[in-house]
Design a protein around this ligand. Structure first.
Ligand SMILES: Nc1ncnc2c1ncn2[C@@H]1O[C@H](COP(=O)(O)OP(=O)(O)OP(=O)(O)O)[C@@H](O)[C@H]1O
Ligand SMILES: O=P(O)(O)O[C@@H]1[C@H](O)[C@H](O)[C@@H](OP(=O)(O)O)[C@H](OP(=O)(O)O)[C@H]1O
Length: 284
């Protein structure tokens, strides 16, 4: 049974009769294959990436299950979809950040029209100034308040200070009046926390000359309730969206690497600014 994803935070969406991704009950995410170069590029990436990446890096990518013809969400009939692991499955109330990495989302091989279109978006967001932008998010507050999920327009207008605030809210139990950052040490810090994972990814980017990941996002996800209940694997760091991923031709991906370093700095600052005890220490 295919359904519209409950926890999608950015990108093309299968609402109001549009073509967008679907999920099923077995934990799979079906992304419609775009019928232009973007579709071909993304499919080619998924078909070959696992043999080109070192083993310890593969876990940063969703599992790829091939393609499948599925009834499209826009009612246009059977359409090929890329079948992926649904990163949100097994999470009841996930808090999610989609962060598009890089100080430019255009690339030299693209058409002039495309470059002009995305350059405008890069300039109007924090992409150019920070080397990344938040593309979408949802932060679970409580059973009563549900999620804080700002509209696309608001997300696109985020300044650097808004980004700092979002990164604090993301790891807070109470978002208002000031984010308490009480999950910061557990989620961002620690020997297997988000920061450590980002540093592992950065170490690979300092060396890898296989791909240039243009307009690709980091998806950060965790479940507050799992942390509070002391369940394991409370968070995920995944890379998504490879519609503009091209061969590196022996050159490091300085655009992604620079953006990743900048994002790491913003995350580290939350930890250094808020030296709070771990959530476990507070509740035990
Ligand atoms: N494997 C996945 N599992 C769960 N959710 C996913 C997965 N891949 C993508 N998503 C969700 O879908 C959103 C959009 O994904 P993606 O960037 O791949 O789509 P897109 O339509 O190509 O986006 P854009 O228009 O920004 O290029 C993400 O922000 C995330 O919420
Ligand atoms: O970040 P924003 O402002 O939401 O803008 C979108 C973003 O630049 C996407 O990367 C782009 O899709 P592609 O990467 O697939 O080109 C999409 O184009 P589209 O809506 O014309 O597909 C834009 O709308």
């Amino acid at each position: 049974m295919f359904k519209i994803p409950k926890h999608q935070v950015a990108g093309h969406q299968a609402i109001d009769g549009n073509l967008g991704p679907l999920v099923d009950d077995s934990g799979r995410f079906y992304k419609p294959l775009q019928d232009d170069e973007r579709g071909t590029t993304e499919l080619a990436f998924y078909q070959s990436f696992s043999s080109k990446l070192p083993h310890h890096i593969r876990g940063f990518f969703p599992v790829f299950y091939g393609t499948q013809l599925v009834e499209a969400s826009d009612g246009s009939g059977l359409h090929p979809h890329i079948v992926l692991q649904d990163i949100t499955s097994n999470h009841l109330n996930p808090s999610i950040l989609d962060v598009k990495i890089g100080s430019r989302t255009w690339y030299p091989e693209a058409s002039e029209d495309y470059i002009q279109k995305v350059l405008e978006g890069d300039r109007l967001t924090t992409t150019v100034t920070l080397g990344f932008r938040i593309s979408g998010l949802q932060i679970y507050e409580s059973k009563e308040s549900g999620y804080w999920k700002p509209a696309r327009k608001e997300v696109k207008s985020f300044s650097a200070d808004d980004v700092r605030l979002v990164l604090r809210k993301f790891v807070s139990l109470n978002l208002e009046p000031e984010p308490d950052c009480c999950f910061a040490s557990t989620i961002y810090g620690g020997c297997s926390g988000i920061l450590e994972q980002l540093l592992e990814l950065k170490a690979w980017f300092e060396d890898q000359t296989v791909y240039h990941f243009h307009s690709c996002s980091l998806l950060l996800l965790f479940d507050k309730e799992s942390v509070l209940n002391g369940r394991t694997v409370p968070f995920k760091v995944k890379l998504i969206d490879f519609a503009h991923t091209v061969e590196a031709k022996g050159v490091i991906d300085h655009n992604f690497l620079g953006g990743l370093c900048s994002f790491i700095k913003f995350v580290s600052e939350v930890l250094t600014d808020f030296k709070v005890p771990t959530i476990e220490a507070r509740f035990n």
